[in-house]
Design a protein around this ligand. Structure first.
Ligand SMILES: C[S@@+](CC[C@H](N)C(=O)[O-])C[C@H]1O[C@@H](n2cnc3c(N)ncnc32)[C@H](O)[C@@H]1O
Length: 178
């Protein structure tokens, strides 16, 4: 059974769980109407993202810490992470949209390797508790959701936690503006 609490779901209890989120669930979900189609609409794009992401993850020299996927959507990113870095290091998938999170949870639950590693969090990039040490942070197809001030706020949270040799990996695909 998953271990769930305050919007964070961990299928396999780990010895190093990140702190629990205390955030309220998202009230206005911009993906409310499109969420059911997002995973199939974004599939072709991920055929191109997968090799580039694998290459970028190959350059992560940090070996300790949590890999964070902000705006994890339907989970294609966490699946790519677990394939590219096939150790057992923890992955935190942050996804505020309830409908997208349902797809994400199903994708994680379906695969024993993902279930072992991935914790799913219902928080928001700006206020969900981040792990003390981040091995890599992904923000694929999501950074355009944040206005410039919020992006600065995010980098200020991430920079002190990024492990030496760690990486922030993002793309500028739409939406490129909030
Ligand atoms: C275009 S989707 C991309 C999903 C996934 N990263 C992918 O590439 O398949 C953008 C994602 O960013 C999420 N998002 C939007 N604003 C966010 C925020 N403030 N914090 C975290 N995630 C956010 C959305 O819920 C959505 O899942």
């Amino acid at each position: 059974m998953p271990r769930a609490g305050s919007g964070r779901v961990q299928f396999t209890p780990r010895t190093d769980p990140p702190p629990l989120s205390t955030e309220e669930p998202m009230m206005n979900d911009p993906y409310e109407r499109s969420a059911e189609y997002i995973d199939i609409m974004i599939a072709d794009a991920w055929d191109a993202f997968d090799p580039s992401l694998a290459e970028a993850l190959g350059g992560v020299d940090a070996v300790e810490g949590t890999i964070v996927d902000l705006g994890a959507g339907s989970g294609r990113g966490v699946r790519a992470v677990c394939a590219a870095l096939p150790d057992d290091s923890p992955v935190l998938a942050v996804e505020p949209s309830p409908a997208l999170r349902a797809v994400l949870l199903a994708r994680v639950h379906e695969d024993a390797r993902l279930r072992r590693r991935v914790t799913v969090d219902s928080g928001d990039a700006l206020n969900t508790p981040l792990p003390d040490r981040i091995r890599a942070l992904l923000a694929m197809n999501m950074i355009g959701h944040l206005p410039p001030g919020q992006r600065q706020e995010l980098w200020a949270r991430v920079a002190p936690r990024l492990a030496p040799g760690g990486r922030v990996i993002l793309n500028l695909a739409p939406p490129t503006a909030p």
